[in-house]
Design a protein around this ligand. Sequence first.
Ligand SMILES: Cc1cc2nc3c(=O)[nH]c(=O)nc-3n(C[C@H](O)[C@H](O)[C@H](O)COP(=O)(O)OP(=O)(O)OC[C@H]3O[C@@H](n4cnc5c(N)ncnc54)[C@H](O)[C@@H]3O)c2cc1C
Length: 379
Amino acid sequence: MISKHTTEILILGGGIAGCIAAIALSDTYKVTLVDKLEHPIDKVGESLAPATQRIFNVLGLSLKDLEYDNIYLDNLGMQSYWGSEQVQIVDHLRNPDGLSKSVDRKKLACYLRRKAEEKGISCFWGFRLYSNSYLEKTWEVTCKNDDKKNRKTIVFSTNFVIDATGRNAHFAKSIGIKRTTHDALISCWITLPNTDKNTMSSIISDEFGWWYSAVIPNKKRVISYQTDADIFDKSTFKNYHSFCKLLETNSTIRKYVHNKENQIEFHGVVSANSTKLNLASGKQWIALGDAALSFDPLSSQGMFNAMANAMQVSELLRKFNIAKSYNSEKMEKFSNIYTSQIESIWEHYIKHKNLFYSAESRWKKATFWNRRQQKAILS
Ligand SMILES: Cc1cc2nc3c(=O)[nH]c(=O)nc-3n(C[C@H](O)[C@H](O)[C@H](O)COP(=O)(O)OP(=O)(O)OC[C@H]3O[C@@H](n4cnc5c(N)ncnc54)[C@H](O)[C@@H]3O)c2cc1C
C-alpha cells in the first residue's frame, strides 16, 4: 500500500531533537514527524541539565505533568572519583535553574511524542527512511514500515527536511554526507533495583575507562562502563555474566550490585563516541541533535544540546522563512549561520571534553587515557 503526504517540514526522527523541533515549529508550519519506532524504547543517559526547564517553559511543557508521573527524580549532584582516590562532590544546589533531573528516557520520549500529537502535528510512528530524491525545490522522501506481511509505504513531498535520526544521521548519510569520529568510545549498561539512600550520581575512573552510576525513577539504578571499542575483548560485553566479572573489579560499583545479581537487566553496548557530521546543512535540509553532533556521555549535555539546537533551528527557519518559499540566497545565509552555530558548539564541547579528560592523570601510559591526553595536546 502506497500513500502520499505533503508537508512543509518533514522531521525524520521523533526523539528528543525531533519532537522539540516539531513542537517549536508547529505554530508556524505544517510539520510532519516520522520515527522508525512504533513505541519508544529504554535508553541509557538519564541526566537532564537544569537549563532544560527554560526550553520547556517557552514551549509550554512541564515534566511535572501529572499524567506522566514518575518521569523524573531530582538529582542533588555528582560524586566523582576522577584524578584521585578522594571523592569530589559537585552539587546543583546553587544553580539558578534548579536541580538536574534523572529521567526515565522511555517515559520522556512518550511524553514528548504525546505533546507533539496534541499540537496537531502529523505523526507517523513505525516508519523508517527508505529513500529520497530532490526535484524542483522539493524533497520526495519515501518511508516504509518494518512489517513485511503488511508493508506500508508513504511518500512525503516536502519543502524542507530535518534529519533528527540520531548519531547515524540516516538522511544525511543517504545523500553522501560523511561523519568525522573523534574516538571509539562505547558504553555497556545495566539496570537494577536501587536500595541505596544516597541518590547522587557517581563517576569513577579506572585504567581502562570509567564507570557511571545514577538512580533513576521507579526505584531503579543504571550502571554503565565507558571504554574504547578496541580495549577489551568483545566477549567482556557479551552478556550479564561477562560484564559482572568486570564490574567486580570496582569496589564502589560492586556495592550497588551486591545481593541484586539476579535482578540485573543487561542492555548491552551502545556507541558513545564524539562525532560530527561534516556538513550540517544543505539544500533545503539540516541535521539536528545527535545527527549533527554527538557527545561523550561525560558531558551529560546530549539531551540539552538536542533541545537547544532544535530551538535555534526553529528560530532560524522562522527568520528566513525558507520552508514556505524557497530562495537560494536566503538558504545560503541560513546555512552559513546554522553551520557557524554548530561549529561554535563543537569547539566549546571539545575544549571542555579535553579539560575533563586531562584532569585524570593517574594512568598516563594506559591506552585509553593516553589517546585522550594526546588529543588534548594537539588541539
Ligand atoms: C551512553 C550514553 C549516555 C548518555 N547520557 C546522557 C545523559 O546523561 N544526559 C544527556 O543529556 N545526554 C546523554 N546522552 C546523549 C543523549 O542520549 C543524546 O544526545 C540524545 O538522545 C540525542 O537526541 P536526538 O533526538 O538527537 O537523537 P536520538 O535520541 O538518537 O533520537 C533519534 C530518533 O530517530 C529515530 N530514527 C533513527 N533512524 C531512523 C530512520 N532511519 N528513520 C526514522 N527514524 C529514525 C530513532 O528511533 C530515534 O527515536 C548519552 C548518550 C549515550 C550514548
